[in-house]
Every structure is written in C-alpha cells, then in structure tokens.
Design a protein around this ligand. Structure first.
Ligand SMILES: NC(=O)c1ccc[n+]([C@@H]2O[C@H](COP(=O)([O-])OP(=O)(O)OC[C@H]3O[C@@H](n4cnc5c(N)ncnc54)[C@H](O)[C@@H]3O)[C@@H](O)[C@H]2O)c1
Ligand SMILES: O[C@H]1[C@H](O)[C@@H](O)[C@H](O)[C@@H](O)[C@H]1O
Length: 336
C-alpha cells in the first residue's frame, strides 16, 4: 500500500513531536509539507523531515497532501479544519478544536453537510492505558454506579505566553473531554471556584477548581495547577456506590527501599502521555489509510468540550454556576 502523505501545520512543540512519531513510530506515513507562522522554524523542521514549506492554507489544497495535521495555536485551528473539510481531506486537529462554541459548531455543521467524518481531535487520554483500565473497571461494575470523580491536573510549569483563560481552554479541557468519554454522558453545568491566592503563581489564577455536573447526576471536581514545579501529575479517582477506582500510571514501578517508598513522577505531558499519543496517531493513520472514518474523538466531541470550556470561562468571571446546552446532535455523531 502507498504511504499516507501528510502535511503538518504548526511545527512547535507538539507539531515536531508528532512529526517524529509519524516518521519513526507509526508505519506507512510520509511528511510531505509543513507550515508555520515562523518561517525560519518551518524551514528548519522541513529540512529535517525532507518536506517542503508552504503557507498553511495552500498546504491543505496541494494534490500530494492526502491528510492534514493541525498543531498550531488553538485559536487558529478552526479555519484550517474548515478548509480541510472543504477540500474533502482527513484532518487530525490538536485540542482544542476551536476556541469558541460558534466556531466549533461551524465545523460540526460543515462535516455533517458533507455527510462523512473527516475530523479527529487530539484528546489523547482516550488512548491512555491507565484511563482505559479505569474505564474498564467502571464499566465492569465492581465499584457500583458512579457518584463522583475527583481529578487533579498539575503541570510542572507552562510557557511564558500562557494566559489565565488557557487554564481552562488549554488545560482543563482534557478533563472535560475525559469525563464525557469515561461516563458516556454530557456535562450539563459547571462552576469555577478559587481558593485564597498564595502569591506564588504570578498572574495566573491558580489553583482553580472546576465543579462539573454530568447528565445523570455524577459530580466531578477538577483541580487545575499549572506551576506545580514538582512534576506533571494527573490524578483521578471515582467514588461508586460500592467502592472506589483510582487512575494508575502506565509503566510506573514503586520501589520500597531503606525505609522509603519511591515512585517516579513524569516531568511533562510528553513523558506521561507518550504511548497515548503514539496510539492515537497509529489509529488515526490506520483509519485514514484504510479509507475508514476516524475512530477517535469527533468534532462533536470537540464542540462539546469547547462549549463546556466557554461556560467555565464565564463562571471564572462571575463565580456563578453556568448551564451548558449543546443543541441537537447531528445523526453522523450519534452513539450506537
Ligand atoms: N494533546 C496534548 O496533550 C497537547 C500537548 C501539547 C500541545 N497541544 C496542543 O497543540 C497546539 C500547539 O501547542 P504547542 O505546545 O505545540 O505550541 P507551540 O507554541 O510550541 O507551537 C505552536 C506553533 O504554531 C505556530 N503557529 C501559530 N499560529 C499559526 C498559524 N496561523 N499557522 C501556522 N502556524 C502557526 C507557532 O509559530 C508555533 O510554532 C495547541 O493547541 C495545544 O493545546 C496538545
Ligand atoms: O497543551 C498542553 C497539553 O495539552 C497538556 O496535555 C496539558 O497538560 C497542558 O496543560 C497543556 O497546556
């Protein structure tokens, strides 16, 4: 079978990591073109990948680009994804799908009008072994019907350009997607709370606590801290009617020695979720090469996550509980 020829838009941290993954981990993919707002960076990455540099909008229309990866900044995703749908090309879009519900809904409408799923969104936790094991435990029923989930999402640090809203649109958005997937239910309301300010975190409103209400009555709380310093720490524990199930860490060994229990902590998202990114892109490339619809998060999932983010942003400003309403789900996305 011929290799899948991919064009990559955005050659920053995750763009370069995905290019490495698509060329050295996933079989049958070739990077033929790259684009970045920073031309010097694009040239360097293109040189390393043996690809050519093009402006992002042109790259999508090139006849030898079979599929597109969008890894630029969040606010720029929607236009590229719409252009890919208009060109009839499969597109993997890093999270978030869009930064406003209207922009995300325009993508849902465009794809639904085309009548064919072309978009997969990069919510990679659905491919993580530890989250999958947690979901199996929950679905297996041993802990009984779920009541609550406690989550924490702690980054060791974030880049200098990171803004207060990013704590929701760029960080908490992972838990928002994960909760919908884990419990198979929409999030219907959200409230954002903040403790006293510790004075240790600069301009960012951290830590932050999101309280999310799921359709069916499960409650989830999510702590977001983005300068935890000690490491990249992702936690989750479900309380059910007859027990609890806690998220583990894939590949982690606990060492007991000299009177101490030592467990390594990941440094960043690359380390914690490396195998999950590998699995999501292997799955995506496999479905695209086979001419099948993508099996991962759809643009309806991307729209739902962006809508909950928008409600959380509004709650961050007012302190009020904000209701989320998604409207009707097009036939194309209905769960079986
Ligand atoms: N799934 C994950 O866990 C994960 C991890 C990291 C990043 N991300 C997502 O990937 C995206 C990129 O994040 P990053 O950490 O690589 O950021 P980054 O700043 O390292 O890279 C982004 C790149 O996009 C380029 N860019 C900006 N606007 C552009 C445009 N209009 N056209 C082309 N290029 C443009 C920038 O010049 C930069 O090189 C974000 O949406 C982020 O949320 C997801
Ligand atoms: O873009 C990154 C990435 O999505 C990570 O998975 C998340 O932990 C960070 O908070 C976010 O800034």
């Amino acid at each position: 079978m011929m290799s899948l020829r991919v064009g990559v838009i955005g050659t920053g941290a995750i763009g370069r990591d995905h290019i490495r993954r698509l060329t050295s981990v996933v079989a049958g993919v070739e990077i033929v073109a790259v684009a970045d707002a920073d031309p010097e960076l694009a040239r360097r990455v293109a040189g390393e990948a043996g690809a050519r540099v093009l402006p992002g909008d042109r790259l999508i229309g090139e006849p030898d680009v079979d599929a597109v990866l969008v890894c630029s900044w969040g606010a720029t995703h929607a236009d590229y994804v719409l252009a890919a749908i208009a060109a009839g090309k499969p597109v993997f879009c890093e999270k978030p799908l869009a930064t406003t519900p209207d922009a995300a809904l325009a993508i849902v409408d465009a794809e639904a009008r085309r009548g064919k799923r072309l978009v997969q969104v990069g919510y990679m936790r659905r491919y993580d072994d530890a989250y999958r094991a947690l979901k199996r435990e929950l679905d297996g029923g041993v802990i009984g019907a779920p009541l609550m989930m406690h989550c924490a999402h702690r980054n060791a640090s974030v880049p200098a350009f990171y803004r207060p809203d990013d704590m929701i649109t760029d960080t908490a958005v992972h838990e928002i997607d994960m909760l919908r997937w884990l419990f198979g239910a929409e999030i219907v309301a959200v409230r954002v709370l903040r403790p006293r300010t510790g004075g240790h975190t600069g301009d960012l409103p951290e830590p932050m606590l999101l309280v999310l209400e799921l359709d069916g009555g499960v409650l989830a709380d999510v702590e977001i801290s983005v300068n935890a310093r000690y490491g990249y720490d992702i936690r989750g524990e479900i309380l059910g009617e007859s027990g609890t199930a806690a998220l583990g860490e894939p590949g982690v060994v606990a060492v007991r020695s000299a009177g101490r229990l030592a467990v390594p902590i990941a440094g960043d998202w690359r380390e914690r979720f490396g195998p999950a990114y590998d699995a999501e892109l292997r799955d995506w490339a496999g479905t695209v090469r086979a001419g099948q619809p993508p099996g991962g998060p759809s643009c309806w999932d991307g729209y739902a996550a962006t809508s909950v983010s928008a409600a959380a942003l509004s709650s961050l400003r007012t302190g009020e509980r904000v209701v989320v309403s998604l409207g009707d789900q097009p036939e194309l996305y209905r769960r079986e």
